[in-house]
Design a protein around this ligand. Structure first.
Ligand SMILES: [Fe+2]
Length: 303
């Protein structure tokens, strides 16, 4: 039993046509299906039918995030654990979304909606599984390999962190603590072996700070910066090195005002390694190691 990864995000788009074009041709995700007000996309090295769903909406932000679990039985198990923990759940019937089975939906203490799902059609990564080339032809834009993580905001960082740890077995790679040396400003949590499959930061409830996609190497981050410049994408921060997670990264906004990140690097996270602590006076270098300046926009803009 277990969570495999952060498998999906559904993000609201106010600037519909421009946002679709951006996600396909600038960020470089691949469209796999479309309904009236939903576009389904995947990063090239993912095998599942989709990992990002764009939703036409009046406001930007996160409709929900979703963890992929190993088997349909896990849905029952986690639903029971959530209910015992005091969290209400609902079932999303199979077929509600293209190519997906049933899902369990609930809300975090920080007010984001989360779904668990096990079944999704696999469409492959554009390469054979026998003697594959390192990458497929026809990639466009930044072309990250996969959806990696997201950073969500809310008042009750401790509550969401505890729920993810106790119900789902997330481990904490790093944390930023406030002046009291204990309360969380932010936590970085993982079930895979990257430093974060999800991170949580103090901020307005229900909000999204960013969705992060993975690139293989530093040259790809530099190339992403070129593509951001060429396409007049609204750059937020970077390229920079994070002290936290050690990632090398760049942040920018989609045409609807949702923040995206593409990054590479970071270490392999292990459940038995100690949690790294950052004190509040060093948060600048935790976020932006070279200039030690987190930046006003980076710390105050959410969608
Ligand atoms: Fe990130």
């Amino acid at each position: 039993m277990g969570i495999l990864r952060t498998g999906r995000v559904q993000i609201r788009m106010t600037n519909w046509e421009e946002s679709i074009n951006y996600y396909k041709n600038v960020l470089g995700l691949i469209e796999t299906a479309r309904e009236d007000d939903l576009v389904y996309l995947k990063a090239w090295d993912e095998h599942d039918h989709h990992s990002v769903i764009l939703q036409k909406a009046d406001t930007a932000g996160l409709e929900h995030l979703a963890f992929k679990v190993e088997s349909p039985e896990d849905l029952d198990t986690y639903e029971k654990k959530l209910n015992e923990y005091g969290v209400a759940t609902t079932r999303i019937p199979a077929g509600t979304r293209i190519a997906e089975g049933e899902a369990v939906r609930f809300q975090l203490p920080t007010e984001q909606y989360v779904e668990l799902y096990a079944e999704i059609e696999q469409v492959g990564n554009g390469l054979p599984i026998v003697n594959p080339a390192p990458w497929p032809d026809g990639l466009v834009g930044i072309a990250p390999t996969r959806l990696d993580h997201l950073l969500i905001a809310g008042e009750d960082v401790a509550g969401t962190t505890k729920l993810l740890q106790e119900v789902f077995g997330f481990s904490m790679a790093e944390k930023v603590v406030l002046e009291d040396g204990e309360s969380y400003l932010a936590t970085w949590l993982f079930v895979t072996n990257t430093p974060h499959d999800i991170a949580v930061i103090k901020g307005p409830n229900g909000k999204l700070h960013h969705v992060g996609f993975f690139l293989e190497e530093w040259n790809d981050v530099r190339r992403a910066a070129d593509i951001i410049g060429k396409n007049n994408v609204s750059l937020d921060k970077g390229p920079v090195r994070h002290g936290i997670t050690r990632g090398t990264t760049i942040y920018f906004f989609d045409p609807s005002g949702n923040r995206n990140e593409v990054y590479c690097g970071g270490y392999i996270a292990m459940k038995d390694h100690p949690t790294i602590t950052w004190t509040i006076d060093k948060v600048g270098e935790g976020i932006s190691y070279f200039d030690k300046d987190a930046g006003e926009r980076f710390t105050s803009v959410f969608s």
